[in-house]
Design a protein around this ligand. Structure first.
Ligand code: NAD
Length: 447
């Protein structure tokens, strides 16, 4: 059952303040080392474009993981080799060293996701993509086609799905009648702008970076029974532009009109993301409010009722439900129940299950736990439409394969009423800037 993985340098953040305070030893590498200890993972290949950074990366892995937890084999094979200054396509060599059925865990900048994931699928590797899956609906649809052709599993690493409270909220929401309103807020301190200096406002934005999480949660909750129709975005600026010296939003809000398929009623959503807050009691302020017509739910993902204070760091809210880094009394990694770990583990278990014939893609889809690329095009459509709305100063319409809704044959499979509308009704095919009649500008056909 040996799996191989490829992933980029998430355990290494080359800024003075290091990694975010909620993931001091990273997530992907640590999870893979623990899964190797458990026997699910074999060879681990680490790929980046800068070989000369690899010694520092391995040193970070040794200090933050190898010397902290007992029993973890932290051996990494690195591409490109240490003497290589820069090789942007080293991932192709890394993938060629792997076998069909192995897994690629891809955490490169957003605008590279599509190319690297396509190459992985073409090598018949199962793919786990950092969110946002890709930046445009067209990329999403093309990648989904390549993945379907290759017959591999491709998922987006939306780890909030594995937060026990979010997962429970999804199932409870199914009892609350048609969707009515959703509001989410996710915000991080302005130090993030130093960490993300290389791409913030250039290659991606704060909406792709953080709104993606709760747009997925919302879309997952409504489970194909409602779909977004148009998106209008607004932004705040000032902090990022001063810090980075170029145009860059601090905060982006997306207002989205949703439509329920069964009775044609409407629902509304507001997703807000920021990287311009002051330092607070936790790295990320986050949570959501869901309203069905018969009830509502609120989850505060930042405050789990666990606080502390230190001379050095002051007052803090802790969330070991995400990644539990404190070793157990025998110095072993003890975070196997954290939703950051579970998210990686479930994907790799599913990939191993597919390889071993113990599960099928249709079964994973019907279970609805993993965020399959094929079921998350709506998330990309909203993010893409949000970016277009900011760029054009207008609302952006999302159009679909079909406008007539019927309950699909998949009704009742799995739990939470997943995938209730038929595929064409919930399949976004294009995003288009709205304006006066005749002035609509087709910016992306989505094909
Ligand atoms: N799930 C989460 O909570 C979470 C958290 C942070 C980042 N992310 C996602 O991870 C991705 C990376 O974000 P980041 O801030 O680490 O970006 P980054 O700019 O630090 O890039 C990540 C790594 O990719 C490498 N890279 C760049 N070009 C490459 C190429 N051609 N081939 C191989 N490697 C290449 C960089 O050198 C870097 O080490 C983004 O999609 C981001 O949204 C997800």
């Amino acid at each position: 059952m040996h799996r191989q993985n490829k992933f980029s340098t998430r355990c290494y953040v080359p800024t003075a303040h290091g990694a975010a305070s909620d993931k001091p030893a990273g997530v992907v590498a640590l999870s893979c080392f623990e899964l190797r200890r458990q026997g699910l993972v074999g060879r681990i290949v680490l790929c980046d474009m800068y070989g000369t950074r690899m010694p520092a990366v391995r040193d970070t892995v040794r200090r933050k993981i190898g010397e902290v937890y007992d029993g973890l084999d932290t051996t990494l094979e690195c591409f490109p080799e240490d003497h290589v200054e820069a090789e942007p396509t080293a991932y192709l060599r890394a993938m060629s060293s792997m076998s069909p059925g192995d897994a690629a865990v891809i955490f490169v900048p957003d605008d590279l996701h599509a190319a690297v994931a396509e190459a992985a699928a073409a090598h018949r590797l199962h793919v786990l993509l950092a969110k946002p899956a890709v930046k445009t609906l067209g990329e999403h649809r093309r990648l989904a086609a390549v993945v379907a052709q290759a017959g591999v599993l491709a998922c987006v690493e939306f780890h909030k799905r594995f937060d026990p409270m979010y997962a429970d909220a999804r199932l409870r929401a199914a009892q609350l009648g048609p969707f009515s309103h959703f509001a989410a807020h996710m915000a991080q301190p302005k130090q993030q702008l130093d960490t993300f200096r290389a791409w913030a406002g250039l290659r991606s934005d704060i909406s792709y970076y953080l709104n993606s999480h709760h747009i997925d949660i919302h879309n997952w909750i409504v489970g194909g029974a409602a779909r977004p129709e148009w998106v209008m975005a607004a932004a705040a600026t000032g902090v990022a532009e001063q810090k980075l010296g170029r145009p860059c939003e601090d905060t982006i809000s997306l207002m989205v009109q949703w439509r329920n398929g069964a009775d044609g009623s409407s629902g509304s959503a507001l997703y807000t993301a920021s990287w311009a807050t002051p330092k607070g009691d936790c790295h990320t302020q986050q949570g959501f409010h869901y309203m069905g017509r018969a009830g509502e739910l609120r989850v505060d993902q930042a405050h789990r009722g666990f606080t502390g204070a230190t001379d050095e760091g002051g007052y803090a809210s802790y969330n070991p439900l995400y990644m539990r880094y404190t070793p157990d009394s025998r110095r072993r990694f003890a975070g196997q129940a954290g939703y950051g770990f579970v998210s990686i583990a479930r994907f790799l278990e599913a990939a191993a299950g597919l390889n071993g014939g113990r599960t099928r893609l249709e079964e994973l889809r019907a279970e609805g736990e993993l965020a399959l690329l094929s079921d998350t095009a709506i998330v990309t459509a909203i993010l893409h439409a949000g970016r277009m709305s900011l760029d054009h100063g207008a609302a952006v319409r999302i159009s679909y394969g079909s406008d007539s809704y019927t309950e699909s044959a998949e009704t009742g499979k799995g739990c939470g009423g997943i995938m209730r509308g038929q595929a064409a009704w919930r399949e976004p095919v294009a995003v288009e800037v709205m304006g006066a009649p005749g002035s609509g500008q087709k910016v992306n056909e989505g094909g």
